[in-house]
Structures are given as structure tokens and as C-alpha cells.
Design a protein around this ligand. Structure first.
Ligand SMILES: Nc1ncnc2c1ncn2[C@@H]1O[C@H](COP(=O)(O)OP(=O)(O)OP(=O)(O)O)[C@@H](O)[C@H]1O
Length: 307
């Protein structure tokens, strides 16, 4: 077994009707890591996850989970992964405890090795063990989905947009649990639209756009790629039209006296940008800068792709 928890090579998917959802995607997820898979709507993330789950058939390439090729060893591959889907799927007439017991049964986990109550405790649902699942709030249902994905103690957990529509407090709780699982040795793959979340949680991030992989780097390195920087300058008089200078990438008037200037930090520094504002006859009253973040990188990479 290699020390990759997931290994994907040249993965492609063309749906019936001709839509190419994945185009020659390759990457591996290191054992023990938290790996983020990002991409705009329709990029192909769910398709990729569904292939790993055995729900969608790939049309090209290879994938293995915990060393098990999904074609050659589908049962072992499936037993090695727990997947939390975007949709909430369980019978509303069962209680959370029953839901987990049934799922464990489906995975052939013997009664003596089931840990339904422990899992409910871990996702803060122990007091709901005997309530009908339909009476749970949206956030509770999501947490139950995570517990359900863990009944067979898989070494790899995949979360597809698990916090969409979940409020901040519950999101924090869910991430705390994900971190706990990861600290206990579970490799985690997650897709999320919350870039901050990916930045905070993931060791490594891959970005997929129109079915193609356009980035795959350690999070720090990826964020460090942002070369655009933004400075907001409050000036001492009303400005009818923003001044222009070659060192500005973009300048906007965002208040009567506030200019938002984007510049390339690889080419100029903030001092030069401010000097250019002053050279335009404006006095500077206040300045604030914002560090580039994952969102900037994401936008510039997907923009570059489009161009
Ligand atoms: N069963 C299907 N038949 C045909 N096309 C499909 C099918 N499922 C998905 N697609 C298309 O494949 C592309 C990738 O979809 P996918 O759901 O994998 O994207 P995604 O990145 O998960 O997006 P989202 O974040 O919105 O879920 C989209 O253009 C989608 O319309």
C-alpha cells in the first residue's frame, strides 16, 4: 500500500449526452491530511466524489482508496471510505440511534463492534438518540449524516459541502469534530464553497474548474500565490473621478472620499501607490490594506482559465 489515502490518475467522466464533467484529473491525498477540493458550481466535484463512492461510473482513468483500486477491489475500496453527501438522506421515521444501527448493519458491522451512541455523542446528538429524525433541525440532520458516514470506522472521510446552509456555531462544532477525527488518524477530504473554511482547515487544496484540475498545492503556498493586493485610501477632498496611474491595476471610488486601489505586489509597493495618489493632488487621511486570501487566488486562477 502506498501512503496515499486516495490516488486518482487521469480520471475522466463523460455523461450520457456528452457532458464532460471530468477531464484527465490526477491527484493524491496524503494519509492523515485534510484535503480541500474546491471549484465553482458545476466544476465536477460531486461527480468525482460519486465516482469514489461507486455511484457514478468513470469513463476513463483510475482511482484507488486506501490502496484498493475501485474497479479491482470495489468492496474494500467502499469499506475504506465514508461519504457525507450534499443531500440529506435518511428515513424520517427512524430515530438517530436506529439510523446508525441500520447503516452499521448495511456495512456488516457486528453488533458488538457498533458504536452508535459514541458517534451520537461525538456529534452532540446523544440527547436526540430516540427522537424521530424528522424532528431534528437542519444542522442536527447534517451532523447525523456525518455520524452515519462513520459507522464502519472508515480511514477516509469525504464531506461534500457539509456546511452549506448550516449556521456559524454549528459549522464550528462540525469542524471541531472533523479536526478531532483527523487528529485520531482519519484522512479527510472536503469540498466547500467557504474558502475561508478551506484555508483554515485544509493542509492542501486542489481547485477544479470545468472538469480540469487547475491547482493542487499546500494551502500556504497557494494563498501565497496571490499577487494582487488591495489598499483603501481615504483622501482629504471629494473626488469626482478616480485618478489614474500606471502602478494601479484597478481603482474604484467606493465612497465620496474613499478610493479602493488594487495593485500587483510583485511589481509595486504600497508606498509607490500612495505616492501616485498624492501626485494626483490628493492628500491622504487614512489607509487600510487587505492581505490577499484564497478567494483572490481562486478568482485569478478561474479567471485565467476563462481567458
Ligand atoms: N447525471 C448527469 N448527467 C449529465 N450531466 C451531469 C450529470 N451530473 C452532473 N452533470 C453535469 O456535470 C457537470 C459537473 O457536475 P457536478 O455536480 O459534478 O459539479 P459540482 O462541482 O459538484 O457542482 P456543485 O458544487 O454545484 O454541486 C455539470 O455541468 C453538471 O451539469
Amino acid at each position: 500500500m502506498s501512503d496515499a489515502a486516495i490516488e486518482i490518475e487521469g480520471l475522466s467522466k463523460v455523461y450520457q449526452g456528452g457532458k464532460q464533467a471530468l477531464d484527465d484529473v490526477s491527484f493524491s491525498v496524503a494519509e492523515g491530511s485534510i484535503f480541500g477540493l474546491l471549484g465553482p458550481n458545476g466544476a465536477g466535484k460531486s461527480t468525482l466524489i460519486n465516482i469514489l463512492a461507486g455511484l457514478v461510473n468513470k469513463t476513463g482513468g483510475r482511482a484507488s482508496i486506501w490502496g484498493f483500486d475501485i474497479d479491482a477491489h470495489p468492496r474494500n475500496a467502499k469499506a475504506s471510505i465514508g461519504i457525507v453527501n450534499q443531500e440529506i438522506l435518511f428515513d424520517p421515521f427512524f430515530t438517530p440511534f436506529e439510523t446508525l444501527e441500520i447503516q452499521a448493519g448495511l456495512y456488516g458491522v457486528p453488533r458488538t463492534r457498533r458504536r452508535s451512541l459514541d458517534l451520537l455523542r461525538a456529534v452532540h446528538l446523544e440527547d436526540k438518540a430516540d427522537a424521530y429524525a424528522r424532528t431534528l433541525s437542519g444542522g442536527m440532520k447534517r451532523r447525523l449524516m456525518v455520524a452515519k458516514a462513520m459507522v464502519h470506522s472508515p480511514p477516509v472521510l469525504v464531506l461534500d459541502e457539509p456546511t452549506a446552509g448550516v449556521d456559524i456555531e454549528l459549522r464550528q462544532q462540525l469542524w471541531a469534530y472533523v479536526r478531532e477525527l483527523n487528529a485520531g488518524g482519519v484522512t479527510v477530504v472536503l469540498t466547500t464553497h467557504y474558502l475561508e473554511e478551506a484555508e483554515e482547515l485544509c493542509d492542501r487544496i486542489a481547485i477544479i474548474n470545468h472538469g480540469r484540475l487547475i491547482a493542487n498545492e499546500p494551502t500556504r503556498q497557494l494563498v501565497g500565490k496571490a499577487t494582487e493586493k488591495r489598499v483603501e485610501v481615504t483622501v482629504d477632498r471629494d473626488v469626482a473621478a478616480p485618478p489614474d496611474a500606471s502602478c494601479f491595476q484597478k481603482i474604484e471610488l467606493i465612497g465620496e472620499r474613499v478610493l479602493a486601489i488594487t495593485y500587483d505586489k510583485a511589481k509595486v509597493n504600497a508606498g509607490e501607490v500612495l505616492a501616485a495618489v498624492q501626485a494626483g493632488g490628493l492628500g491622504i487621511v487614512d489607509v487600510s490594506t487587505r492581505e490577499a486570501d484564497l478567494e483572490d487566488v481562486f478568482l485569478s486562477l478561474t479567471r485565467a482559465e476563462r481567458a
